[in-house]
Write a protein that binds this ligand. Structure first.
Ligand SMILES: *[C@@H]1O[C@H](CO)[C@@H](O)[C@H](O)[C@H]1NC(C)=O
Ligand SMILES: *[C@@H]1O[C@H](CO)[C@@H](O)[C@H](O)[C@H]1NC(C)=O
Ligand SMILES: *[C@@H]1O[C@H](CO)[C@@H](O)[C@H](O)[C@H]1NC(C)=O
Length: 236
């Protein structure tokens, strides 16, 4: 009896919550759509998925062309809710890109997303550092090192540090899926060295402040780090 009445009150509450627009102003979505808000913001404010479809009336709104964005050198080869509004509410984003010959990506993490990283041509050496407490047989922090060629996928759990090296003389093509529509990147070295000298010094076990400043000056701000030996091997 108790269970049944509890069930009924939960059901009643669920039905109340499901009735659209009870407490909402009577202003229609279409008039809100004419507001000055960016489309992404309008989509985030939409009450329902049906309203979001109404804000994306063109079938072409559901197409993202990576070949078009790679023709524009300033455009990132990333489709997220920020540049592809159809992803609002979907919970995913996607990338199709290349790792140039003899380069390594920044050591980075994604604060809100797990990444599936798939190689479609070439070869990638991948390194992933899982969360603290994940140790190898010797009790040291575990580092997952994998080599991927076309048709292989690896996973970078949300928050794990990772980087990819292309050790070959040709570019490697890859695609990557993220389980957040706004996945974002955190650059590990840049974030560590953003702290005051004394804090970095203590974090590194008491390294001198001069040394901290010297290393901070070396942290690169290029998106791709060149792998010296490879450049020599490939005569680039
Ligand atoms: C739909 O697409 C066409 C052509 O691609 C464009 O001219 C039109 O402005 C679009 N309409 C909306 C509402 O975005
Ligand atoms: C290139 O992409 C940037 C960023 O998305 C955009 O602001 C710019 O208008 C684009 N330029 C061209 C020529 O399409
Ligand atoms: C890698 O991607 C580029 C750019 O999309 C493409 O032109 C090239 O054919 C691809 N290479 C291979 C081997 O698939």
């Amino acid at each position: 009896m108790y269970l049944i009445s509890t069930f009924h009150s939960i059901l009643a509450m669920a039905l109340t919550l499901a009735i659209p627009g009870q407490a909402a102003p009577s202003q229609s979505l279409t008039s809100r759509a004419t507001s000055d808000l960016p489309l992404t913001a309008q989509l985030k404010l939409a009450n329902t998925a049906t309203e979001r479809y109404a804000l994306l009336p063109n079938d072409s709104d559901f197409l993202y062309d990576f070949t078009a964005s790679s023709n524009n050198e300033t455009a990132l080869p990333i489709a997220s809710s920020q540049n592809w509004p159809a992803l609002v509410g979907v919970g995913l984003s996607f990338s199709i890109s290349q790792r140039p010959a003899c380069t390594m990506s920044f050591l980075h993490l994604h604060p809100r997303a797990t990444e599936l990283f798939a190689v479609t041509s070439g070869r990638i050496q991948s390194y992933m550092v899982p969360e603290t407490g994940v140790t190898d047989a010797q009790g040291n922090q575990r580092v997952v090192s994998t080599e991927l060629t076309a048709g292989m996928v690896t996973v970078y759990p949300a928050g794990s540090f990772h980087t990819q090296v292309n050790p070959d003389c040709q570019a490697a093509n890859f695609s990557a899926a993220f389980n957040s529509e706004e996945f974002a990147v955190g650059l590990v070295s840049a974030r560590l060295f953003a702290l005051p000298d004394e804090v970095v010094s203590r974090a590194l076990g008491g390294v001198g402040v001069d040394e901290v400043q010297r290393i901070r000056g070396l942290v690169p701000d290029e998106a791709a780090l060149v792998v010296g030996e490879c450049v020599k091997k490939c005569g680039l």
